[in-house]
Write a protein that binds this ligand. Structure first.
Ligand code: ADP
Ligand code: MG
Length: 266
């Protein structure tokens, strides 16, 4: 881990509708590294991804998010995106009336280093579609409308390869995919890593997608707390044992903390 991580989440406590979801979360990702955030359903993994991207639904109560040397805690989502952050959604959007190619064109508009002429853009997108084994007919269809789960994921990978962000947060990019689509996503992640030495924070509760990836660090979240951090050896362990151990440990720690609080009052 380098002294100055690309992404540094420092003591982040955050809530939605007065309900605290994340508690004092610390997480660092260095440039070029691949990290995994795992944990049971409802742990707060997607919430963390949305907070890093600046989703206004969530309130930061304490702590800060630093990206590429800049405190981005108060920045709007588009500024974070321009700074080099990318978040793929667990449930990708549909935009009726907007062809996929127009959407992709708009997403690179005004970005230094990414602007290209129409002809060059079409060639580049076709190249990437071929790389992802994606039917180019999709480029002229309305974004997401009638796309299968697998096709939506391919669109995300296409966007990732086109934008080449410094850090890609991929939220359950593997959920509900058949074997073919899964291999497309793996291939897309690999192509992204190789093309720009980008960093990844992969959110998942499924270890399948991680088999072909060189993972540097694994973070486990339970009930809004990071409860464990380790190297890639934690993945096969979780595969075998699930999250029960972490959940039990977290519950025991809560009980102990409550007991200590009661003792202090007495
Ligand atoms: P995970 O991605 O780990 O499954 P989430 O981050 O989606 O977990 O959710 C964590 C908790 O926060 C859940 O209890 C969920 O209901 C709650 N939560 C997340 N987003 C919202 C929201 N926009 N409004 C209300 N509650 C939310
Ligand atoms: Mg989620």
């Amino acid at each position: 881990m380098s002294a100055n991580p690309l992404l540094s989440i420092e003591g982040l406590t955050a809530s939605v509708d007065e309900k605290t979801i994340l508690h004092n979360v610390n997480l660092n990702v260095a440039a070029g590294e691949t990290h995994v955030l795992m944990g049971p359903n409802g742990a707060g993994k997607s919430t963390l991804g949305h907070l890093v991207m600046g989703d206004p639904v969530y309130t930061v109560n304490d702590g800060r998010i630093v990206f590429d040397g800049q405190d981005i805690t108060e920045l709007t989502t588009d500024k974070r995106s321009r700074a080099g952050l990318f978040l793929s959604f667990q449930a990708p959007v549909e935009i009726p009336g907007v062809p996929l190619s127009s959407f992709l064109r708009a997403s690179i508009a005004g970005r230094p280093g990414l602007e290209m002429k129409g002809k060059e853009f079409r060639r580049r997108v076709k190249e990437l579609a071929a790389e992802l084994n994606m039917d180019t007919a999709y480029l002229n269809r309305e974004l997401g409308v009638g796309f299968s789960g697998g096709e939506k994921k391919k669109v995300e990978m296409l966007q990732l390869l086109l934008l080449q962000p410094k850090l890609a947060i991929l939220d359950e990019t593997d959920s509900g995919l058949d074997v073919d689509a899964l291999s497309t996503v793996s291939h897309g992640m690999d192509a992204y890593r190789k093309s720009c030495d980008g960093s990844m924070l992969i959110i998942t509760h499924n270890t399948r997608i991680l088999e072909h990836l060189d993972v540097d660090r694994v973070h486990v979240m339970v009930k809004g707390h990071i409860v464990r951090e380790d190297d890639a050896s934690l993945i096969p362990w979780i595969d075998k044992n699930g999250f029960e151990t972490f959940e039990r440990e977290a519950a025991e720690q809560r009980t102990q903390a409550e007991a200590a609080a009661v003792e202090q009052q007495a």
